[in-house]
Design a protein around this ligand. Sequence first.
Ligand SMILES: Nc1ncnc2c1ncn2[C@@H]1O[C@H](COP(=O)(O)OP(=O)(O)OP(=O)(O)O)[C@@H](O)[C@H]1O
Ligand SMILES: [Mg+2]
Length: 368
Amino acid sequence: MISEFQDTAPQRTDVLSHVHLDNNKYENVLEHMDSGIMLFDNHGILTFINVQMAKLLELPRNLVSGCTLMKLLRLPQMSRFKKKKILRIYRETIFHRKRYHELMDENGRHWLVTVTYGDQMDGDFLFSVKDVSDYKQIEQTAYQNDKLAMLGRISASIAHEIRNPLTAIRGFIQLLRPHLLQLGKDEYARIILTEIDRANDIIYEFLNSSKPSAPQKTVMKVESLLKEVVLLTESEGLMKGCEILLEVEDTPLNVSIDVKQIKQVILNMVKNAMDAIEEVGEEYTGMIRIKTTTENKFVQITIADNGRGMDHNTLVRLFDPFFTTKESGTGLGLSVSYRIIKNHGGTISVNSQKGEGTSFMIKLPLVY
Ligand SMILES: Nc1ncnc2c1ncn2[C@@H]1O[C@H](COP(=O)(O)OP(=O)(O)OP(=O)(O)O)[C@@H](O)[C@H]1O
Ligand SMILES: [Mg+2]
């Protein structure tokens, strides 16, 4: 029996040193994972934080290791924005016992926070944070395309349902016209006909704008396009108490665009910005900055305002057809803009902070 044990003893030390080596290796893997990881023990003390999590918090690891959550939240080195997010995660995952929580950072990136605790963790709380922006983008695009396809179908049926009876009414009024003339009421016929034509025009415009046609492209300088937009909106801006600033790059940037459509997109965004500024209050000094930057083979047009900003609920529904928070809005502006920019091989993204303002970024391919 003893000899048997002695025989196996050297092997056991071998195994133990192996386990030790493996533990180091696993720790090293955890340290350098692309997800952020931190572990709190059952007294609420931070016992482990990996490189990525420290980077996300923008704090050195040696400063936060051994801190409690309270101490962490009191660190002057951490931004208010981050503290608010951490408190929110704490509330959602610990109080409301949700295992997952999604959040958006200052740069509009989406993060998924997962918390693991309970028997399997021996009283510890493991938080992991993962960048899910790319998945979100794919999900959002698929959802958006579905909505737009639905909008196309609704529009077609509206056209069918309203235009046909209008045509019939128009025909009968024309038949009645001689009789009305005899009664000295030709004026009535004239008014009815003009109003029917106006209704038809409105439907036509609506259908055209909700289903943008294939772009009729011409090559144009971004600078000239933006200057025209500023000219068109400046006076309305003045009336609404907001200044419009144009900052364009020195080098001429050419894009191949349907000028009418892209103008419609930028005008809609500037108009949205004015509305958002107006909603802050009458005395408020609004500022809309339109600027261009280049990135790889794209030009980015940024339209930034210091208006009321948007909350999360508005942001997630922003590009939905018919989504509006305005009494007289159609909620079509951004969904149509999205489609137009997509047809031009570009993208639209948005950053917004409630109470601070909003920036829309339009990227369009450059032509050389
Ligand atoms: N710059 C902005 N600041 C704050 N909220 C905005 C901004 N741009 C858009 N929104 C929000 O997005 C919603 C949808 O905008 P969209 O342009 O699609 O429609 P709308 O402006 O409401 O209606 P319409 O364009 O027909 O006038 C708006 O109702 C508003 O709540
Ligand atoms: Mg709008």
